[in-house]
Design a protein around this ligand. Structure first.
Ligand code: HEC
Length: 101
């Protein structure tokens, strides 16, 4: 019986694992500021650049779309982000705006 409870808990744990669990949102925030990620977003949205992450027709509609988009954008800044840095940024954006579970 104990074995089944352990298995059950394990499965629950996996199902609830937050996306981008390898990323650290605090580090992501620093990178976001360092690369001035919002400078184009501000131009596009007029004022509050962060509004781009919460607009109704946002592009990143599921966690799977986050990293590809970050790659496009960081390419535009000329930032050569590591996979780990992408995870940090994704974790930050998710915690702050997207809230994917
Ligand atoms: C050279 C300009 C530019 C820079 C710099 C830039 N972005 Fe973007 N980003 C855009 C544009 C333009 C869009 C919206 C594209 C569209 O609506 O078709 C966008 C959209 C996004 C989205 C998707 C928003 C949505 O609709 O869900 C994310 C996530 C994002 N950017 C992350 C980043 C990150 C992280 C950085 C910093 C590494 C960054 N961007 C830097 C231009 C830029």
């Amino acid at each position: 019986m104990k074995k089944y409870i352990a298995l059950f808990l394990l499965l629950c744990g996996t199902a609830q694992a937050t996306p981008f669990a390898d990323g650290d949102a605090k580090v992501g925030k620093k990178l976001f500021d360092q690369y001035q990620c919002n400078r184009c977003h501000m131009a596009k949205m007029g004022g509050d650049g962060s509004a781009i992450f919460t607009r109704p027709d946002r592009m990143v509609s599921s966690p799977e779309k986050m990293i590809p988009r970050i790659k496009v954008c960081s390419g535009a800044v000329g930032a050569n982000l590591s996979a780990q840095e992408e995870q940090h940024l994704a974790a930050y954006l998710n915690q702050q705006y997207y809230k994917f579970k």
